[in-house]
Design a protein. Structure first.
Length: 124
């Protein structure tokens, strides 16, 4: 069965739009990864300042391959550690080409992992 990774991001009210715009700008980044199944960015409606970044993967190995490949490379580019390659926006806080890395929109983050044990697809 699939696994789910949820990144719980604490986002101050004045940074919500920034976070959402950054995720919109990186659309397509994770979707092409081998073993990727689903992505959702969940905005809190009431009583919380925590956004949830929900991703679903075929298995832990697929998630780890993405984290240690494209995601790691994107973070290195964002930090300017790439050897001469032009920086490109990739993750929600990635550095724009030719600019400085923006400050993170989230003030805290926590990752939760789950194994899918039951699921119910919508009726057709």
């Amino acid at each position: 069965m699939s696994i789910v990774k949820i990144n719980a991001l604490t986002v101050p009210a004045d940074q919500r739009e920034v976070l959402e715009q950054r995720f919109a700008a990186r659309k397509g980044f994770v979707e092409s990864a081998d073993g990727f199944e689903w992505f959702e960015l969940l905005r809190p409606l009431e009583g919380s300042d925590r956004y949830l970044v929900y991703t679903r993967w075929r298995d832990e190995e697929a998630f780890q391959a993405w984290m240690n490949g494209p995601m790691k490379e994107a973070h290195q580019r964002a930090k300017g550690e790439d050897s001469g390659a032009e920086a490109k926006p990739a993750g929600p806080d990635a550095q724009p080409a030719g600019g400085e890395r923006p400050k993170p929109a989230a003030t805290d983050s926590e990752t939760w992992s789950f194994e899918v044990v039951q699921q119910a697809p919508p009726k057709k």
